[in-house]
Write a protein that binds this ligand. Structure first.
Ligand SMILES: [Zn+2]
Length: 57
């Protein structure tokens, strides 16, 4: 098995959104190594769809 190099300072790039354990997270991946993470969205700041101008588009 080849040794994977993990960088000291990751170059984070946002990949997309995942639903995990009933909550939504943004996926970040390092551009230079396989390390990745998920940034949880704070449910406190969620707004109802109908309360946004998006609903009336
Ligand atoms: Zn990295």
């Amino acid at each position: 098995m080849t040794q994977v190099e993990i960088c000291d300072q990751h170059v984070w790039a946002a990949l997309g959104i995942v639903s995990r354990d009933g909550s939504v997270s943004r996926v970040w991946e390092c551009e230079d190594c396989p390390v990745w993470t998920t940034e949880p969205f704070d449910p406190e700041y969620e707004r109802d769809w109908d309360d946004t101008w998006l609903a009336g588009r």
